[in-house]
Design a protein. Structure first.
Length: 401
């Protein structure tokens, strides 16, 4: 029997590759007609790089990404640097003490192109899951394909199909949490901010009680690369209003005034939630990535946490399928990864957003002073970076029985 994975994003494809390397036949179903160039996550944290290295992917993608050991937190109001953290301080304990800026759609495309046509690694696009049926010893999946309805049978089903997961809904698993009243807008431009602000690094977080901003560089499709800006929209601002060319230019000009307009490569507006599935396992259905947990993108934890889900699954599920471990091992998967989602990813990303948007002047100053002290104390800085890079979360998960 094989495993069916729904969702050919980075989590689904890493999971498929890991299971395939363990000798498991995998079929991936994706409703889109081809790998999607969704301009979403792009930061791969140190433990994620270690996992990708074990799968044989890192050497190839690193040359096409941007190595970013340093990140900064700034006060956008006065432009001052609040704190700078350098992951190279953890070089004695991390094989890859840096973040690799590499867009998630490229990682997905890489895996699909290299492995998606092998006989035991079947990636099928244009397949929309319409129903699932749970049995004691198998799962049946119905999907709508180019030629009409299709039926798949598998020993296990993994839902890695995003925050609106059809698998999670079909399995009747609650998605607990909340959605922020404002949305986020992401604007990418080829304007080189570093040329005029050489103090900027590849990853910058700028706190502002009126309009915080995250600024990151990625390679994009061509030199000199792209700078991604992320801003909150106003609560009463519609998506159409935020996407108006004048509004897009206005946000960029307020951030960095310059003669003439910005060339905008892409822009999109999206809702942001903080939610965790009630369980990551129901019978022979397993959830991973955004299907299991979603969070705001400040800190780049979503894709990384999802890949960590996938690797945890790849370590456990083959043992169960080979009869080396009881199915209860998959309950441990759910306990471990739910703890991480709640105690680390949710807690940290909520705290990150509060830091970025804090309005009370006294609280802002208190937060900034604490960050400065942390960044200037080598041991405190190491502890902070371990948590921010999800190193601490993996240790906590491993301790869950």
């Amino acid at each position: 029997m094989s495993v069916v994975i729904v969702g050919a994003g980075p989590v689904g494809m890493v999971c498929a590759l890991g299971l395939n390397r363990a000798g498991i036949k995998v079929t991936v179903l994706e409703q889109e007609p081809a790998p999607v160039e969704d301009q979403r996550a792009a930061s791969l944290h140190p433990p994620t790089l270690e996992m990708l290295d074990r799968l044989g992917l890192l050497k190839e993608i690193q040359a096409r990404g941007l190595v970013s050991p340093v990140y900064q937190i700034r006060d956008r109001v006065n432009g001052e640097l609040v704190a700078q953290f350098d992951l190279s301080l953890l070089a004695d304990e991390l094989p890859f003490p840096y973040v690799l800026q590499y867009e998630q759609y490229k990682l997905t495309r890489d895996i699909s192109a290299q492995y998606g046509n092998e006989s035991d690694f079947d990636v099928r696009f244009s397949r929309r899951v319409t129903d699932i049926a749970l049995h004691a010893d198998k799962v049946e999946v119905e999907a709508e394909g180019p030629g009409g309805p299709e039926r798949f049978e598998a020993a296990w089903l993994i839902g890695a199909d995003g925050g609106r997961s059809a698998v999670r809904k079909a399995a009747g698993i609650a998605f607990e949490g909340f959605t922020y009243p404002e949305r986020f807008i992401k604007i990418a431009t080829d304007f080189d901010f570093q040329q005029y602000r050489p103090e900027y690094v590849y990853r910058n977080f700028l706190s502002d009680p009126d309009e915080w901003c995250n600024l990151f560089k990625v390679r994009g499709k061509r030199a000199p690369g792209l700078w991604r800006t992320i801003f909150p929209t106003r609560v009463d601002e519609t998506e159409a209003q935020a996407l108006e060319p004048e509004a897009v230019q206005g946000r960029l000009q307020k951030f960095f005034p310059k003669p003439g307009g910005y060339h905008v490569e892409y822009v999109n507006v999206y809702s942001v939630s903080q939610r965790v599935a009630a369980t990551f396992r129901k019978g022979r259905v397993l959830l991973a990535g955004d299907a299991a947990h979603v969070n705001n993108p400040i800190g780049g934890m979503g894709m990384n946490g999802g890949i960590h889900d996938a690797i945890n699954l790849c370590e456990k599920l083959p043992r169960v399928m080979r009869g080396e471990a009881d199915e209860s091992l998959m309950d441990q998967y759910s306990r471990q990864r739910r703890k991480v989602a709640n105690d680390y990813t949710q807690a940290q990303t909520i705290a990150n957003k509060r830091l970025m948007e804090e309005r009370d002047p006294a609280t802002r100053q208190k937060n900034f002073d604490a960050l400065r002290r942390t960044s200037e104390d080598p041991q405190a800085a190491r502890d902070y970076m371990r948590r921010a890079a999800l190193v601490e979360s993996l240790n906590a998960a491993a301790a869950v029985p």
